[in-house]
Ligand binder design. Structure first.
Ligand code: KIV
Ligand code: ZN
Length: 387
């Protein structure tokens, strides 16, 4: 059966850059954009041009350099925002304006101080205005996660009537449960008139740690575009992380979902983003954390040395990591010690290994991790004979 193609919309340079302290200059934005293109991202959201002159020039610079990916610029449902976004996108080969407005009761009442009918009108007008500048217009219904489905469907219909090519359904506050978010996408897929003319997109925040699960639920229920960032960076607890959703689709073929991502470039892209944006990656982060392919307990190490698949569901090379690592700690056993000793050139007899292991435990109890230089000392101190 043919897999359904999911478009990857990366918003590292826009939602990701909203993280305090992560501001990028134009040169850095271009560098990341070119890496995202090499990674196989379909749409790059390059920024929010009305927000500052610096962001405007960065979006323009990205448009001049990127060849194949669509370049998207964010705007509110405000004419001036849309005009500035269109101007910033002037040099893009494939430009897209992303415009929208809050649709939940909370946003309409407290933020926009408006009414449902007025928001419906403004949504349609914003799309129609953006259409004057570009063919490809994405509409976002901010806080769609907390918007009642029937009203959300009416807003989506209005956006499609005015020419929206993509409907973004953000769980802006990261509130939804996966079943609820999946059901929302399914409801829109089945009930919005004209839905066949547009693509449904997920955009999930991670306030409850559910961004990835919600995104996959959305894709399983009819969304064909996923919005995400490298390392899951973004407002507050962040966005859906690109590496997680892409690898879920790859590791679970029965989902029948595919992307254009070259997964072998994930690790290098993740490191580039982390370094340029001053956002360290937590060591236990799925796929790209320093410990994602590291084994330190004796039981796991013994299994991995015999067969990697006993404790690893992803081949590290698939995501651009050279190999799994066996970390020597006080929890390691003889198998791990023998493995690491052989890596630095010692193949000991059984007896020799037993002697070395006793000495190793003394080192391990005083250090968090036993390193290669310690291994040489351990062997030399014991005057060991090789096998
Ligand atoms: O989280 C959100 O709702 C957004 C929109 C501006 C797309 O980032
Ligand atoms: Zn967002």
């Amino acid at each position: 059966m043919n897999k359904r193609q999911i478009q990857i919309f990366d918003t590292t340079l826009r939602d990701g850059e909203q993280v305090p302290g992560s501001k990028l200059n134009s040169e850095q934005k271009v560098k990341i954009a070119l890496q995202l293109e090499a990674l196989g991202v379909d749409i790059i959201e390059a920024g929010f041009p009305i927000s500052s002159p610096g962001d405007f020039s960065s979006v323009q610079a990205v448009c001049k350099e990127v060849r194949n990916a669509t370049i998207c610029a964010l705007s509110r449902a405000v004419e001036k925002d849309i005009e500035v976004a269109a101007e910033a996108l002037k040099y893009a080969k494939k430009p897209r304006i992303h415009t929208g407005i809050g649709t939940s009761e909370s946003h309409i009442k407290h933020k926009l101080k408006s009414t449902q009918s007025e928001i419906l009108l403004r949504a349609g007008q914003a799309v129609a205005y953006a259409k004057k500048f570009v063919e490809d217009v994405e509409f976002y219904a901010e806080d769609a996660g907390r918007t009642e489905n029937e009203y959300l469907a009416r807003v989506c219909e209005e956006a499609i009537k005015n020419g929206a090519t993509v409907l973004n359904i953000p769980d802006t506050t990261g509130y939804c449960l996966p079943e609820e978010y999946g059901a929302k996408i399914k409801y829109l897929y089945e009930n919005v008139r004209g839905i066949e003319k547009a693509v449904l997109s997920t955009h999930c925040h991670n306030d409850l740690g559910l961004a990835t699960a919600n995104t996959i639920a959305g894709a399983q229920n009819g969304a064909s575009q996923i919005e995400c960032t490298l390392n899951g960076i973004g407002e507050r607890a962040g966005n859906t992380s690109l590496e997680e959703v892409v690898m879920i689709m790859k590791q679970h073929p029965y989902l029948n979902l595919d992307t254009n991502i070259n997964t072998k470039k994930i690790f290098e892209t993740s490191r580039m983003v982390s370094e340029l944006m001053f956002m360290p990656i937590q060591p236990n982060k799925a796929i790209v954390g320093a410990n994602a392919f590291a084994h330190s307990s004796g039981i796991h190490q013994d299994g991995v040395i015999k067969n990697r698949a006993t404790y690893e569901i992803i081949d590290p090379e698939e995501v651009g990591v050279d190999k799994s690592s066996i970390i020597l700690t006080a929890r390691s056993g003889r198998a791990a010690l023998a493995f690491r000793l052989s890596e630095v050139g010692y193949n000991l007899t059984r007896e020799g290994l037993n002697t070395a292991y006793k000495n190793f435990l003394k080192y391990a109890d005083t250090k968090k991790e036993v390193q290669d230089e310690d291994l040489h000392k351990i062997v030399e101190e014991c005057n060991l004979v090789e096998a």
